[in-house]
Ligand binder design. Structure first.
Ligand code: PEP
Ligand code: MN
Length: 338
């Protein structure tokens, strides 16, 4: 349910509405916007009589929202959400590139990667320290040590840290060492983790599960927003199909579709989406053409030595070339590429 107030509604009038929502046992969400003043209501199991709010001063309409997702939907908020990651914004005019190795492997490895990322003009460094691997025998990440190397490399180069949080037990530790918390494809359905992250106000990068529908992705984001954390960036990273030539099938349909359904920023990860380094650049360009707000690219200074995802990682020279190529799209997209 959405309560609409006059655009010039006073602070007291807004306060009275949120107060009434709480008295009824629901949660109010003030939705900022230039076109209107709106308050979203969640937590209602059944329909609430609109009269509860229509009688209050300043209220002009009460609309029920029929879609299963509420707070993430365009019905709730018409304007694009801009997520601020320590001064680096997603969903605005600037397109962001997050780059770095799949895993943090050593202090030297991540430092070398950070320097390449920095020189390319990108503003965010990625690297997994807690790796949710399909095999229990595969490299599981350097854990706390990896987080420390990652943070150190990012601080030295002035980049923001993006890293995956694997479970609720390590959430606090990962949050302390990062600027943007990544929820991996395997954890998109980990509702306790989503709820805990919803309680933190830290920006989140939510990756689409490899067998999840677009609606399921939006519902996973809804879990986070429903707890009061509105700083969510979505990420398309490929889904499983019958196709065997590629690791996943990158579903670029979802970019313009999500732009229509939701106000949240969406970025694309063509590295996991294809699983092959030589397909990454064309799909990165296609992602921007489809309207993505950013890219996540796996890049390794020595892909042949990588402890995970080496085959899909760009070598430094290919990465540099891609960044130069992407810059050429700026006038067409009418956006800048960081
Ligand atoms: C990753 O980003 O390295 C990763 C594990 O991604 P995903 O969760 O999309 O598989
Ligand atoms: Mn990876």
């Amino acid at each position: 349910m959405l309560i609409l107030l006059r655009t010039d509604a006073t602070k007291q009038e807004i306060e009275a509405v949120t107060q009434r929502v709480r008295e009824l046992g629901f949660m109010p969400h003030e939705i900022p916007g230039v076109q209107r003043v709106a308050i979203g209501v969640t937590g209602n199991k059944a329909k609430v009589a609109p009269d509860n709010f229509l009688v209050l001063p300043g209220v002009v309409d009460v609309v029920s929202v029929s879609k299963p997702f509420k707070l993430v939907g365009r019905d709730f908020k018409a304007e694009n959400t801009v997520v601020d990651v320590g001064g680096v914004t997603f969903g605005g005019r600037e397109i962001q590139v997050i780059a770095g190795p799949c895993s943090v492997e050593s202090r030297e490895q991540i430092q070398e990667a950070a320097e390449i990322v920095k020189a390319s003009g990108a503003k965010l460094l990625r690297g997994g320290a807690f790796k949710p691997r399909s095999s229990p025998y595969a490299f599981q990440g350097l854990k706390l040590e990896g987080l420390e190397y990652l943070k150190e490399a990012a601080e030295r180069t002035g980049l923001k840290v993006v890293t995956e949080v694997k479970d609720t037990e390590t959430l606090e530790m990962v949050a302390e060492h990062s600027d943007l918390l990544q929820i991996g494809a395997r954890n998109m359905y980990n509702f306790s983790l989503l709820e805990k992250i919803g309680d933190l106000k830290k920006p989140v990068l939510l990756k689409r599960g490899f067998s999840s529908t677009i609606e399921e992705l939006l519902m996973a984001a809804e879990y986070i927003l429903a707890r009061g954390n509105y700083n969510v960036i979505l990420c398309e990273r490929g889904i499983r199909t019958f196709e065997q030539y590629t690791r996943n099938t990158l579903d670029l349909n979802c970019v313009p579709l999500i732009k229509k359904l939701s106000h949240l920023p969406i970025i694309v990860d063509p590295s996991h989406g294809t699983g092959a380094w030589d397909l990454v650049s064309p799909l990165a360009q296609a992602s921007l053409a489809a309207g993505a707000d950013g890219l996540m690219i796996e890049m390794h200074a020595h892909p042949e030595k990588a402890l995970s995802d080496g085959y899909q990682s760009l070598a430094p020279e290919t990465f540099r070339r891609l960044m130069v190529q992407l810059k050429r799209y700026e006038p067409i997209l009418e956006r800048t590429i960081a």
